[in-house]
Design a protein around this ligand. Structure first.
Ligand code: UDX
Ligand code: UDX
Length: 434
């Protein structure tokens, strides 16, 4: 099938590449020329395990191309995916200006052939209806199209795997023709993985995505609330949460306490859902509480550092991890950045290391030192602050780290080490909820 992907970001690029891998002919369109230049050289603009190899493979096979021109891509495509970003406005509402812009461009391009336009970006309920209205308004009377909601559930760091082995495929459609087209598109995946397919109304599909992300964010904030309780009451949050998670109705995933959730999705999506509740006249205090606990996770962690180190002015602090989670170079809404900004404001000298995210961080965070490796970040530091649970941090030579530091103190925002082991090794060690 001929596919156009508009917006080659984390979601669009992964979706387009995986659809090419399934045998479709895909053009990814993006207005960022620097990104396109990289892609055309077979380089992925983002660090995402397995993605670059798949891009090269499908480019070489002639199934995957990149362009800055919407018109020719849309003209030849049977299915068009809208994957542009939907950033939050100041009031939390999703800013849909890029979605509208793309819808207008599609309207100016579609001809008489039937097209399915798919909302892949996470958007508030009823957005697909607006996209449809927009295409009708600017489409010179062309009605031979359907708008579908097909939310993406991929996680950064495991994006390719999540796309190729999905837990479920959600298709929100109002027409049988569109349903059949999207089922045909995913047939190779459905046959291979036996992933459950949920064919639902367009509005339901839009709400499934916001609902799923809000629930996951709720689990994380709940875990952080338990961690706070444990710190005040003298219990161990990992023991408590592990046992809670063994209840099959609850499940163990997304119950890790730490510095709270960051990234480009959860903070933005729960803010948008909160706004949706407000617009619908419903109580949104649950979402307020999730957000408050998430902010408090970072605040409490900073208070711990200040209490232990006392005066921060002039002290060198090593920071391990800048990405909002491991296996990505993405620093959008990363708790690490908030922590560094705050420590910097108090006069601390920061020496940071991340295995993948330093190039992105250098643009956002000038004025701090970047280390070549974790040991260099530890050398001469009065404390090490762990902000991301990269696997390689778990295997550090802690004896070596201890010798390199001025005072062997570790603030572990992701609980990657065991308090007892660390104490034995001679560290002053502070985890979260332990
Ligand atoms: C996406 C979705 O859009 C978002 O709603 C979802 O919740 C998370 O995933 P993401 O892929 O992470 O966002 O965004 P980003 O990496 O910013 O990619 C968007 C791409 O669209 C960028 O490459 C940008 O250059 C491109 N773009 C944006 C266009 O080509 N045209 C535009 O008008 C706007
Ligand atoms: C999320 C959703 O998981 C995915 O389904 C959706 O499509 C996009 O948004 P992503 O933001 O890429 O994916 O990463 P995710 O693994 O969900 O982590 C989000 C944040 O929560 C990270 O900052 C992570 O460190 C944090 N987290 C996650 C916790 O603090 N504790 C946990 O138990 C799990």
């Amino acid at each position: 099938m001929k596919i156009a992907i508009i917006g080659a970001g984390y979601v669009g690029l992964t979706t387009g590449t995986c659809l090419a891998e399934l045998g479709h002919e895909v053009i990814c369109v993006d207005n960022n020329l620097e990104k396109l230049e990289k892609l055309n050289r077979g380089k992925s603009p983002i660090f995402e395990p397995g993605l670059e190899e798949l891009i090269i493979k499908n480019q070489t096979a002639g199934r995957l191309t990149f362009s800055d021109k919407i018109k020719p891509a849309v003209e030849q495509a049977e299915v068009i995916f809208i994957c542009v970003n939907t950033p939050p406005k100041d009031d939390g509402h999703a800013d849909l200006k890029y979605v509208e812009q793309v819808a207008r461009e599609i309207a100016g391009t579609i001809n008489g052939d039937y097209k399915v336009i798919v909302d892949k970006s996470t958007v508030p309920v009823k957005t697909a209806e607006k996209v449809k209205e927009t295409i009708l308004r600017y489409g010179a009377g062309k009605t031979n199209f359907d708008v579908v909601s097909n939310p993406e559930f991929l996680k950064e760091g495991t994006a390719v795997k999540d796309t190729m082995e999905p837990d479920r495929i959600v298709i929100g459609v109002d027409s049988e023709k569109a349903r059949d087209k999207i089922l045909e598109l995913y047939r190779p995946l459905i046959e291979k993985t036996k992933a459950p397919i949920k064919v639902v109304s367009v509005r339901s599909a839009e709400l499934i995505k916001h609902g799923a992300n809000t629930f996951l964010a709720t689990k994380i904030s709940f875990a952080n609330l338990i961690a706070q309780t444990c710190e005040e009451a003298g219990a161990d949050a990992l023991e408590v949460l592990e046992a809670i998670g063994l209840d099959e109705r609850i499940g163990a995933q997304f119950l890790k306490p730490g510095l709270g959730f960051g990234g480009s999705c959860f903070p933005k999506d729960i803010a948008a859902y909160k706004k949706t509740l407000e617009i619908l006249g419903l109580d949104n205090s649950l979402i307020h509480a999730i957000e408050r606990i998430n902010l408090e996770a970072v605040r409490r962690f900073l208070r711990k550092i200040e209490k232990e180190l006392w005066v921060l002015d002039g002290k060198q602090i090593g920071v391990l991890g800048l990405a909002f989670k491991p296996d990505t170079d993405d620093i959008r809404n990363s708790p690490a950045l908030r922590i560094i900004e705050s420590l910097k404001k108090d006069g601390a000298k920061i020496k940071a290391f991340d295995p993948q995210a330093m190039n992105n961080a250098k643009k956002e965070l000038p004025g701090i030192e970047y280390a070549e490796n974790p040991y260099e970040a530890a050398a001469g530091s009065e404390a090490l602050v762990i902000c991301t649970d990269w696997r390689e941090f778990k295997n550090l030579d802690l004896e070596r780290i201890k010798k390199l530091m001025v005072t062997p103190t570790i603030f572990d925002g992701r609980n990657i080490f065991e308090p007892k082991v660390m104490a034995k090794l001679g560290f002053r060690y502070f985890g979260v909820g332990r």
